[in-house]
Design a protein around this ligand. Structure first.
Ligand SMILES: [Zn+2]
Length: 396
């Protein structure tokens, strides 16, 4: 396992579960045929014990995915572009890493303006770097990606993020039963979900403490569906995870009460966390949750790549501001097709992906801006809470 270029822990993350989607998408830009040849070398012929987590019937030759991978690889080779982070990207990383200390200093000094500036800055920094690192997209060196993820775990604990997002969400996008971002929420038809944007401020708190700290380690499965990888079950991993939660909780919800009077402390512990969670909700929830993208959740079982395009929308594709503020999550289609590509390269491959979709008659879905994206999201919430997708069957 130590010879795996992506590191041993990623192999361990896939152990015991169907990881076809992970294998295919994480080697999509590798030299043609090489990963498959290596895989064949290590083939073990014995009945597999696989966690029940599968959805696709993989076609032996998927014309759309083959064409897409070939076109993007050819573009990268012709232009001599490495699909990991460039020197310029690293320059911005180190600059932002140092500059984030300024709003942090203002926060510690008790400046009221820091309540807005600090969470916005931390959001932009983490969505641009933590997210790429969690997909092993920053560097070919596994330890570099791991270091960035563990140094700046503002989204969620790296342990649960890998299960929830990298395995659950990316491999099984929009599946009612398998994608932790969706499951049960809409199918339940509970009226409360119509108002889910009002819960966005709670996202960080729920992600960092509730799902992380309690349920995942009680059930050994993220949201009872994505089984915990074996590598988590070591004393060191448990300790790192629990200590991380305690330190984060102490900094966010205890220190302000030591430093300032009660009401000021309430504002300083609630507003930044809520604003960060709202950014998370705005830039993540609209990409897959529209009537069209959710309606396509069962549309294509034989092409994983087509499924990714059909269940995803881009928002404000050409906007530089949206690109920076969302950490390229506005180009969600390209991210889902090529998760190991550093997000800085997505704008260059948009025309290639669009052309390929056109050639294979797969609709490339876009909203012109975040307001339109938000309205489509609200339409979905309304349809779902009225049971529009299921008729009389399927209510939980
Ligand atoms: Zn992602």
């Amino acid at each position: 396992m130590s010879r795996h270029p992506g590191g041993a822990s990623f192999l361990q993350l896939g152990a015991g579960r169907d990881c076809t989607a992970l294998f295919e998408s994480y080697h999509a830009l590798a030299p043609g045929g090489v990963p498959n040849a290596i895989l064949a070398k290590y083939r073990v012929d014995r009945p597999a014990v696989v966690a029940k987590l599968t959805q696709y019937k993989w076609a032996a030759n998927d014309p759309f995915y083959t064409d897409l991978k070939h076109s993007v690889r050819a573009y990268l080779q012709a232009n001599k572009i490495s699909y990991k982070a460039s020197a310029t990207r690293w320059f911005w990383f180190f600059l932002a890493m140092v500059v984030q200390l300024i709003p942090l200093y203002w926060y510690i000094q008790g400046y009221w303006s820091s309540l807005i500036i600090l969470p916005l800055f931390l959001w932009v920094f983490s969505v641009n770097y933590f997210h790429d690192a969690s997909h092993f997209a920053l560097s070919h060196r596994p330890w570099v990606n791991a270091l960035v993820m563990y140094l700046f775990p503002y989204f969620e604990s790296p342990t649960t993020w890998l299960h929830q997002h990298v395995v659950g969400h990316h491999a099984y996008t929009n599946s009612d039963d398998l994608d932790p971002d969706v499951m049960d929420r809409f199918k339940s038809r509970k009226k409360v979900w119509r108002y889910s944007p009002f819960f966005w401020p709670l996202f960080t708190f729920m992600g960092c403490f509730v799902f992380d700290a309690i349920f995942f380690f009680v059930t050994l499965k993220y949201k009872k569906k994505v089984p915990m990888a074996h590598w988590v079950r070591t004393t060191m991993r448990y300790t790192a995870h629990v200590l991380g939660r305690i330190v984060l909780f102490y900094c966010m919800f205890c220190l302000p009460y030591k430093w300032w009077p009660f009401w000021k402390a309430v504002a300083f512990s609630v507003i930044p966390v809520g604003l960060y969670g709202t950014c998370f909700g705005l830039f993540t929830q609209l990409s897959h949750m529209t009537p069209e993208t959710y309606g396509n959740r069962k549309a294509n079982e034989t092409s994983w790549a087509a499924h990714q395009v059909l269940t995803t929308q881009n928002i404000a594709t050409g906007s530089f501001l949206s690109f920076v503020l969302s950490g390229a999550l506005n180009l969600q289609i390209e991210h889902h097709l090529f998760p190991t590509m550093c997000s800085e390269h997505f704008p260059r491959i948009v025309p290639i992906v669009k052309d390929c979709c056109r050639r294979h008659n797969i609709p490339y879905q876009e909203s012109p801006n975040y307001w339109v994206g938000f309205c489509r999201h609200r339409e979905l919430l309304q349809i779902c809470t009225e049971g529009g997708f299921w008729g009389d069957e399927g209510a939980l």
